[in-house]
Design a protein around this ligand. Structure first.
Ligand SMILES: [Zn+2]
Ligand SMILES: [Zn+2]
Length: 291
């Protein structure tokens, strides 16, 4: 069964005193007991490219027994790694879904954090996984910010993946990618740990094959860009997200990446009209575990 625990929505962080937040965090984190085979997901950024006081651009951190994976790296997510106290220095994989800046804009900041901001003497390798074009993006950042941008003191592997690709993450875990209809390179991801699966759409238009890829997952994090479908726009509307989750038969749907003003109860109700699983409206700092 899935269980969700809100550690600290950024909205709360804006109004609560630090000591209150610390007590809240300690209380809730003390409550979280990770059992064998669980997958834990933390939302680092539930927003889009629109400047927001409470929602960073896209970013997620997934913790498995054998791997720690950051998915996307949009504006605000590097500081969110510390704010939401995820073990970022022990990150084993970084997945980039596509090269829009709200998903990849803090790549250089992340690697400079690995170079200058770590408290541990990390030696374990890190693998960056992304679509074709990842090398070009990294080379461009080196040109812009200097040749040492990705020069970290541990082995760095770059792995281009194509739709259908699989990457082993550990003894019982693997990562799979599928094409999304968004940009030429855009990918969705499915992370499997034993019998658990956690999926993320990246940015995507609705399609039946994508629903098939997410089939039976414990948790689907989905973009939900617009209230109503928009012709010719490669994103999903509320009813398309509900259709995707229903067709995939996922147990829990977490919606993020909304370009409209989110009224949580209204949005939840709209999704629940067409999808019978559990709906969560994502917010920064939300932590969800499979159990
Ligand atoms: Zn995009
Ligand atoms: Zn986006």
């Amino acid at each position: 069964m899935l269980e969700e625990r809100i550690v600290a929505c950024q909205q709360n962080a804006l109004v609560a005193a630090p000591s209150v937040m610390r007590r809240l965090r300690d209380r809730i984190e003390g409550d979280i007991e990770k059992s064998e085979g669980d997958v834990k997901l933390t939302i680092l950024g539930s927003g889009t490219l629109v400047p927001s006081g409470s929602r960073n651009s896209a970013g997620y951190f997934v913790e498995l027994p054998d791997a720690r994976i950051m998915m996307d790296c949009g504006a605000g997510t590097v500081h969110a790694l510390a704010r939401y106290r995820v073990p970022w220095e022990q990150m084993t994989h970084l997945f980039i879904s596509h090269f829009h800046v709200d998903h990849a804009g803090e790549l250089a900041s992340l690697f400079l954090a690995f170079r200058h901001g770590m408290e541990t003497g990390r030696v374990d390798p890190l693998t960056i996984i992304g679509p074709a074009g990842l090398d070009r993006v990294m080379d461009g950042l080196k040109m812009a910010y200097g040749p040492k941008t990705f020069d970290v003191r541990f082995p760095l592997h770059i792995r281009n993946v194509t739709p259908g690709g699989v990457v082993d993450l550990g003894k019982d875990s693997r990562l799979l990618v599928a094409k999304t209809r968004h940009t030429a390179e855009s990918l969705a991801i499915r992370i499997e740990e034993g019998h658990h699966a956690v999926c993320y759409t990246g940015d995507a238009a609705y399609d039946d094959e994508l629903a098939e890829f997410f089939s039976g997952a414990d948790l689907l994090v989905s973009e939900c860009s617009f209230r109503e479908p928009r012709a010719g726009v490669a994103h999903m509307s509320v009813s398309e997200v509900a259709r995707l989750a229903t067709r995939a038969g996922v147990r829990k749907l977490v919606v993020t990446h909304c370009y409209f003003e989110v009224n949580e109860s209204e949005l939840k109700q709209s999704l629940e009209r067409e999808y019978s699983g559990e709906v969560v409206i994502g917010c920064d700092g939300l932590k969800i575990s499979t159990e």
